[in-house]
Design a protein around this ligand. Structure first.
Ligand SMILES: C[S@@+](CC[C@H](N)C(=O)[O-])C[C@H]1O[C@@H](n2cnc3c(N)ncnc32)[C@H](O)[C@@H]1O
Length: 447
């Protein structure tokens, strides 16, 4: 290809990345740009197009539609989620339910899981309410769960999961809301499933708050591990709209690492060790006071008292090393949001060396590095992870992603096979417990 051709192709890629960002919010600035270019190749294969340039042209041609959004959601995000993630957020929901009952309010409790992925998050919310606030009739709970990716929503509606979706808890402890099917899979109780309304909603579209999308007057909105895919301007717009969807005093739950200083105007932050909650201020937002960088610290505002402190939920508050890992990753994500990706990656490199013996940190660092286009660093962290935990199925999965991103598909395929074997052996849950959601799609892509 001539230099002119190269330049033209690069221009088309740039335009396609800009269009994807405008339509879905998914940003590919900085180092993530390389990830976009690599994904174009895989998207082209899925569409039966001859290559990345043809795929970029397809993304640019004609009006934006669901098919384009689906493809982007499928190839440009990683659907990492599991049951009972961050139990304190579930305590928060239960306490909102108790407060509603105490006020003798007639209206339902409204919860929205925005970016619900394959449904583990909204089902965890329904389950926690049924189990911990049984006095609230199911008919008085309205749980909306939305995502950009229709394939994820189909998995969610089916309500059948593998052991890997319960990686921080034992599904046997969740009976009768979760029951084994006897083949390594688990089914969500039909009554619980009926409590969750799944719908497609693109958070980058200005379709909320609205009665049509059922997003009005929410008590709690979960938007965890989604804002990190957006650029700062888009994230700010999304947070502002989500704020408009909340009742006064309602809560927005994000991942601690997404709580950047600039985003949350009109909210009061509550920092916990493993989560940040933002309470919508009743009064019009004052000039934004500088919000501290989101290093987890003791709560500045006392949140509703967790209901079952004496009976910790399966994933308990983190131990000291885990809290240190959280703090390190929080700094990295905060820098990615505000300071730029290079600073974030430098901070990550320091964290990776400081916590050389922490397998969880190496795993999270590998994922971050991969998502931000630093394959060398991702590989370094995965090597460490597999040195510390040679049988880590997730480590093999990440390694497969790295090999795939480098274009080494046979190697990626073989690693995914190892991942399946290890997940099956480790979790005792059938051959491909690891391969729910995005991982399964990855395998499909590589096959
Ligand atoms: C990492 S998952 C988070 C799952 C869950 N919230 C949790 O924390 O366990 C991110 C999800 O955000 C979704 N997503 C990405 N961009 C989106 C958009 N513009 N609108 C709605 N969902 C989006 C992805 O499809 C994916 O399911």
């Amino acid at each position: 290809m001539s230099a002119i051709d190269d330049t033209l192709v690069a221009d088309v890629f740039d335009l396609a990345a800009q269009r994807v960002e405008a339509a879905t919010g998914l940003t590919f600035a900085g180092l993530r740009r390389r990830q976009f270019d690599a994904a174009l190749e895989r998207m082209a294969a899925a569409l039966g197009l001859p290559g990345a340039a043809a795929c970029a042209s397809w993304l640019l041609a004609g009006p934006w539609d669901d098919a384009r959004s689906d493809l982007c959601a499928r190839f440009l995000t990683i659907g990492e989620t599991y049951f009972l993630r961050e139990p304190r957020a579930l305590d928060l929901v239960c306490n909102q339910a108790r407060a509603l009952l105490a006020r003798r309010a007639a209206r339902p409790l409204r919860i929205w899981s925005a970016g619900c992925c394959t449904g583990e998050e909204p089902y965890s919310i329904a389950l926690a309410l049924r189990r911990d606030v049984p006095q609230l009739p199911p008919g008085r709970v309205d749980i909306l769960a939305t995502d950009l990716n229709d394939a994820f929503l189909d998995v969610a509606r089916a309500g059948i999961y593998r052991r890997w979706s319960f990686r921080r808890t034992d599904p046997a402890d969740l009976a009768p809301f979760v029951r084994p099917l006897g083949d390594g899979r688990y089914e969500i109780d039909a009554a619980l499933r009926a409590q969750v309304r799944f719908a497609r909603l693109n958070l980058a579209d200005a379709v909320y708050p609205s009665a049509a999308t059922g997003t009005l007057a929410q008590d709690v909105i979960f938007c965890r591990n989604v804002l990190m895919y957006f650029g700062p301007a888009q994230a700010e717009r999304v947070v502002a709209r989500l704020r408009d969807c909340l009742v006064d005093g309602g809560w927005l739950v994000v991942n601690a690492s997404e709580a950047s200083t600039r985003l949350f105007r009109g909210f009061t932050p509550v920092y916990l060790e493993d989560a940040v909650f933002f309470r919508k201020d009743a009064l019009p937002a004052p000039e934004p006071a500088p919000v501290p960088v989101p290093v987890p610290v003791a709560p500045a505002v006392v949140p509703p008292v967790p209901a079952r402190r004496s009976e910790p939920m399966p994933a308990t508050a983190p131990s000291a090393p885990v809290a240190a890992d959280d703090a390190a990753m929080a700094r990295v994500h905060a820098l990615a949001q505000t300071g730029g990706r290079e600073e974030a990656l430098q901070c990550l490199r320091r964290a990776v060396e400081a916590a050389a013996l922490s397998a969880p940190l190496q795993q999270r660092a590998a994922l971050f590095a991969l998502e931000h286009g630093d394959r060398a660093l991702a590989r370094h962290c995965v090597r460490r992870l597999l040195y510390l935990e040679p049988d880590s199925a997730f480590g093999h999965y990440l390694w497969a992603l790295i090999e795939d991103a480098a274009g080494r598909r046979p190697r990626a395929r073989s690693l995914l096979r190892d991942c399946r074997r290890l997940a099956g052996a480790g979790a005792g849950a059938g051959i491909d417990a690891e391969l729910d959601g995005a991982a399964a799609q990855w395998l499909e892509r590589l096959s």
